[in-house]
Design a protein. Structure first.
Length: 257
């Protein structure tokens, strides 16, 4: 069967972004992220430790994401670079709560700097789970990202892993702002969106009919696990996505204008 790029692309694949971190021109790590739109502002969401991680001495000064640049032709893409510091201060937003630091960060993207024919999809506040939504342990999820940097090199698209909710959704596991998922994940998946199919999309979500439940962070393991006798748990931390409402709030102009 001959491949073609004319097939309509599932929108969630265009909502994810492959991230490369750099120190100058030196490549450091690969990770995942996704786009989030609030009113007229566009953000890139990923894990905080992708942008800065003190324990591992990971201090990139810029990131690069890959963008599709021709509607109907997924083979056309370009790299889009974003500096992480301005006048010595980090440009990303992150946060803390009663449980400590939250491993989620957002960077606002200057729309005017994007390629003119840029093709992407973005989640919005309408995609976040509501308090009345019936979300239970064992429910099916998808994690959309770039494990070990692996993806469709021709069409520049991510891959999807299946997952289930592995702890009570809505409760903060161990008092932290995340829930657990059961899924096979790898390095490079940090920052990926954790999604649930929306059975009743609204007008605001029908073009992207998924609920954005979390941001994949890292694998969960037990300190002192016998590396020979005991397998890894296969569980992962996903930070609740409602933190994005705080991180994308309009901020006062420091100049006072």
């Amino acid at each position: 069967m001959q491949q073609t790029t004319s097939k309509p692309t599932e929108p969630i694949l265009l909502a994810a972004a492959r991230i490369g971190t750099f120190d100058g021109q030196r490549a450091l790590t690969g990770a995942s992220g996704f786009f989030f739109e609030r009113e007229d502002r566009l953000f890139l969401v990923t894990s905080r430790h992708v942008l800065i991680d003190e324990p591992s001495q990971h201090f990139p000064d810029r990131i690069e994401i890959e963008l599709h640049i021709e509607p109907g032709n997924l083979t056309r893409s370009t790299g889009f670079s974003m500096l992480l510091y301005r006048e010595g201060k980090g440009v990303w937003r992150d946060g803390t709560d009663g449980g400590g630091e939250i491993d989620v960060a957002v960077i606002e993207i200057e729309r005017a700097a994007l390629p003119q024919a840029c093709v992407l999809r973005a989640f919005t506040p309408a995609h976040l789970a509501a308090a009345h939504d019936a979300i239970e342990v064992g429910d099916a999820l998808l994690v959309v990202g770039f494990p070990l940097g692996f993806h469709d090199l021709l069409h520049h698209l991510p891959v999807v892993r299946q997952a289930i909710i592995a702890s009570s959704y809505g409760l903060r596991f161990q008092g932290k702002g995340y829930f657990l998922t059961d899924a096979r994940t790898h390095r490079g998946t940090s920052g990926a969106p954790v999604l649930m199919r929306d059975p009743s999309p609204t007008t605001a979500t029908q073009a992207l009919p998924w609920k954005l439940l979390g941001v994949h962070s890292s694998r969960m393991d037990i300190a002192g696990r016998d590396q020979v006798q005991d397998e890894a748990l296969g569980l992962n931390c996903a930070w609740y996505a409602d933190i994005l409402l705080t991180l994308t709030e309009p901020q006062p102009d420091p100049t006072g204008d």
